[in-house]
Design a protein around this ligand. Structure first.
Ligand code: COA
Length: 434
């Protein structure tokens, strides 16, 4: 038996035994998004009564996040890089914490000021050389494996194999638990008329041969719907979903014009359905790298004609976005928004787009005179380029404060334009129409 096979056999254990290695006060990093080892997390929750103050760190939580429940407040404390539906309440109610951090810097945090005690990950079974793929979640997960004092791995046959840079060695794993189960899936978003109009407007800014970064949700999905007549698009993105696969099947996305990694999809995590996971499995065109490579603005910028598309909670009349909070209330995180806005700005021919519906359910304008009190700026006015709503496109880069405000008011919802024009006239001491 080869050395790695012996190592693997010797480190095989049950989930019940593995989670006993987590000690009170440990910092536990959980693999990101759809890479979460849900079986191991369930067993950790079953063992909750023996832990005190175990810190659970991750970015997007796609699982149940039961460690955020009030009944486990003594056992676990969640520390989020990104907040979502299952984790929002714990942070709002003070049972959890939020750590602001650009996505591309998370691995550096683990290397320096946030040492990792335990990494809990999912990976494929090993290949003939004793290497496992981290599949849909390479991002910060690979760094957590390198840095953690203990690595607990769920080896899951359902995890797709996603290339050379997604690999870890069997000998990196301290406790190996074999458990096959379908990965967490993200279903395609429901796209309504507003998202459709936003998608159509964004598509006007995308040219044949561009390389795209797309965020999560209905707006990126809607943008993809309007790219059917484009040619030779490429992907260099923190993530992508099923919508990209549809455009590959139509021959629209082929990565042929990319100036960095031509012919390759460069991505750090994946969220979608089985269709996406089957598409990336052993696909030589898909190359998944850690996030400190994919999202590093200096790497992003090496793609010419890089177009980034992200969303925001509010945009003020200077072009500052609040993308993570509603006032003081943390509802998400910076994710890769600024990584890609800055990368796109430095890319030859690059453009960045913040795409938003003009209102929240027709009642609240998302284009506002000033950001809500307490809202931190996500994309600064120095970084912002285009803002798009269902009413059109506002170019902000290279425009004065006055021109920016005018361009933004022209794409605000008509019901709110009169009030915004009054603010404009007071702020800039001139008539809106002159
Ligand atoms: N005022 C009050 N409430 C607002 C609001 C505003 N201006 N804007 C949004 N909301 C509310 C919505 O009503 C919704 O509430 P609900 O959950 O009770 O329905 C909630 O905030 C989320 O808004 P929604 O528009 O449904 O979110 P989304 O899924 O389209 O995501 C962002 C929008 C801004 C939260 C999201 O794009 C994000 O986190 N961006 C920052 C990170 C990023 O860009 N990452 C890059 C790719 S991962």
């Amino acid at each position: 038996m080869s050395d790695w096979k012996r190592y693997y056999q010797e480190h095989l254990t049950t989930a019940e035994e593995a989670v006993k290695r987590i000690k009170s006060g440990n910092r536990v990093v959980v693999a990101h998004a759809c890479g979460e080892p849900t079986y191991l997390i369930d067993k950790m929750i079953e063992n909750a009564s023996v832990y005190k103050d175990v810190e659970i760190v991750h970015m997007v939580a796609m699982g149940k996040a039961e460690y955020c429940k009030p009944e486990y407040a003594e056992n676990f404390r969640h520390n989020a890089f990104f907040v979502g539906g299952t984790t929002r309440k714990a942070i709002e109610e003070g049972r959890g914490d939020f750590t602001p951090c650009f996505f591309f810097e998370i691995p550096e945090r683990f290397r320096t000021d946030m040492p990792v005690d335990v990494a809990m990950i999912t990976c494929t079974p090993p290949d003939e050389n004793g290497r496992c793929s981290l599949g849909v979640s390479v991002d910060y997960t690979q760094e957590a494996v390198k840095d953690a004092k203990i690595v607990i791995a769920q080896v899951n046959e359902e995890m797709p194999w996603t290339g050379e840079h997604s690999l870890i060695d069997v000998t990196d794993l301290d406790f190996i638990v074999e458990h096959d189960e379908p990965l967490i899936e993200l279903q395609p978003s429901k796209i309504g008329d507003i998202e459709r109009a936003i998608g159509e407007n964004c598509a006007k800014l995308i040219k044949d041969g561009d390389t795209l970064q797309l965020g999560i949700g209905a707006i990126p999905d809607a943008v993809l719907m309007f790219l059917g007549d484009k040619k030779d698009l490429g992907i260099h993105s923190e993530m992508f979903s099923d919508g990209v696969v549809n455009l590959v099947e139509k021959g629209v996305i082929n990565n042929s014009k990319k100036t960095l990694h031509p012919g390759q999809f460069i991505v750090t995590f994946l969220m979608g359905t089985k269709k996406l996971y089957d598409f990336v499995d052993h696909n030589p065109a898909v190359d998944m790298y850690p996030v400190d490579y994919v999202n590093n603005p200096f790497i992003v910028a090496q793609n010419e004609n890089l177009v980034s598309i992200n969303s925001a909670v509010q945009v003020d009349l200077y072009g500052q976005t609040a993308s993570e909070t509603i006032g003081n209330l943390q509802i998400s995180g910076v994710g890769g928004q600024v990584d890609f806005v800055r990368g796109a700005a430095a890319s030859k021919g690059g453009r960045s787009i913040i795409a938003i519906p003009s209102t929240v359910k027709g009642k609240i304008s998302k284009i506002v005179p000033l950001l809500d009190e307490g809202a931190p700026v996500t994309t600064s006015r120095n970084d912002i380029d285009y803002v798009v709503t269902e009413y059109g496109i506002a170019k902000l880069k290279g425009r004065t404060n006055r021109q920016r405000a005018k361009n933004l008011i022209n794409i605000a919802h008509p019901d709110f334009r009169a009030d915004l024009k009054k603010v404009y006239e007071q702020r800039f001491h001139c008539s809106f129409d002159e």
